[in-house]
Design a protein around this ligand. Structure first.
Ligand SMILES: Cc1ncc(COP(=O)(O)O)c(C=O)c1O
Length: 388
């Protein structure tokens, strides 16, 4: 069982979604053009503070395009978090490039910037304006930090390290809509940022993604590649391989309506996080979710850490018992370095991501979670972990 009676994270669709979808359909626009697609792009760009935004069919497609617009080529290496939903790592492989897996930090649960710097210092050299991994001989092209769970990486440090080594930064902010780091929205620190509007995210477009960048050339390239790389307005001339990756107008209608409610959703998530934090602060079997002082989190998916005497077996038992009580909890993602497609990837000093995979549990965090549901979840967690 993966979900219980109280789901992990479901959307709240109580705003102008129906109204805008009707308006969109009445205007005759259904596919990847039309006023709602443009409006969604403009409004997301304004909200996050980037110059350009290009709407895509989902976050994974946006990551694939992001890697192409920074010029990733087959055999390049990309430094990416080991503890993430698999999508950014797959996107690296779509480009026939090689993920180099980086650990996360125990105090932030995000990509460990110190280890990134250590890896580069120990293994890489700059030749001209490019960075090479001395042991593989491959070019290192970019760092792909993933802002997970509605928190933020130390993204300013990561960008600073990347600049030192002539690397691009593609930020996976799929889970980061609404998150700010040192007052700046995540996804806007690097060269390109990506958001997801999958149904489980803080706001949805019924699926969907957005690529953001301040660089007009990268934005134009992203638009071109995601619209089948069409080179002539009349003839079917394509000078490179493109993709059918644009967001549909129907989805954009939903996205625009959701964005109007985003600040309310964030406030609700903060209330849920505060309630969980207060309920578990004095429970010895559980550690609450950490957040750095520089981060203004959305707490997209509130996640607790079981005490260190509890490892994988106990975490599995806790999840099973909570599912039986109708509480839709979920473990964090499996670490990438020991997933079958990525067993051949270099993984640098991985420690913390394994610990989090073994001990962390994400709790029901839907915006619509009411006081009663929260009470049920909290009581069930207290009862289940007390027996350990
Ligand atoms: C960290 C992360 N990256 C990328 C994605 C991919 O987004 P999508 O599902 O829209 O393709 C997701 C979630 O779905 C995610 O959580």
């Amino acid at each position: 069982m993966l979900t219980g009676d109280i789901p992990l994270s479901v959307p709240e669709l109580g705003g102008n979604e129906w109204k805008y979808v009707k308006e969109g359909l009445d205007s005759g626009w259904v596919s990847s053009a039309g006023p709602f697609v443009t409006r969604f792009e403009v409004e997301v760009a304004q909200y996050v503070g980037s110059r350009h935004a290009v709407a895509m069919v989902n976050g994974t497609a946006a990551l694939h395009i992001a890697l192409q617009v920074i010029g990733v080529e087959p055999n390049d290496e990309i430094l990416v978090s080991d503890l993430t939903f698999i999508s950014p790592v797959n996107a690296i492989r779509y480009c026939q490039a090689h993920p180099v897996l980086m650990d996360v930090h125990p105090e932030t649960w995000q990509m460990d910037s110190r280890k990134v710097a250590q890896f580069l210092d120990e293994n890489c050299e700059i030749r001209g304006t490019q960075c090479f991994n001395q042991s593989t001989g491959r070019r290192v092209r970019a760092i792909l930090p993933v802002h997970i769970l509605g928190l933020a990486c130390e993204i300013d440090r990561i960008v600073e390290i990347a600049r030192r080594y002539h690397l691009y930064v593609v930020e996976d902010a799929a889970e980061g809509m609404g998150v700010r780091y040192r007052q700046q929205h995540v996804g806007t620190f690097g060269d390109v940022g990506v958001f997801s509007f999958n149904g489980n995210k803080i706001m949805t477009a019924g699926g969907g993604g957005m690529l953001v960048t301040d660089d007009v050339e990268k934005a134009e390239r992203a638009r071109y590649l995601s619209t089948q790389a069409k080179d002539d307005p009349i003839e079917s001339v394509h000078n490179c391989i493109g993709y059918n990756y644009r967001l549909s107008s129907v989805q954009a209608c939903i996205g625009v309506a959701q964005l109007e409610q985003l600040d309310t959703f964030i406030a609700k998530k903060r209330f849920i996080a505060k309630t969980y934090e207060e309920a578990f602060r004095n429970l010895p079997q559980v550690h609450v979710m950490p957040c750095s002082p520089e981060t203004e989190p959305t707490w997209w998916l509130y996640t607790i850490l079981l005490d260190e005497k509890m490892r994988l077996a106990e975490r599995k038992t806790v999840i099973q018992k909570l599912h039986r009580r109708g509480v839709g909890v979920r473990p964090l993602w499996h670490t990438i370095h020991n997933l079958r497609p990525y067993l051949d990837c270099y993984a640098y000093r991985i420690e913390c991501s394994v610990m989090l995979y073994e001990r962390a549990i994400s709790l029901p965090s839907s915006v619509a979670l009411n006081q009663n549901d929260l009470g049920v979840c909290i009581e069930a967690i207290h009862d289940v972990v007390r027996s350990f």
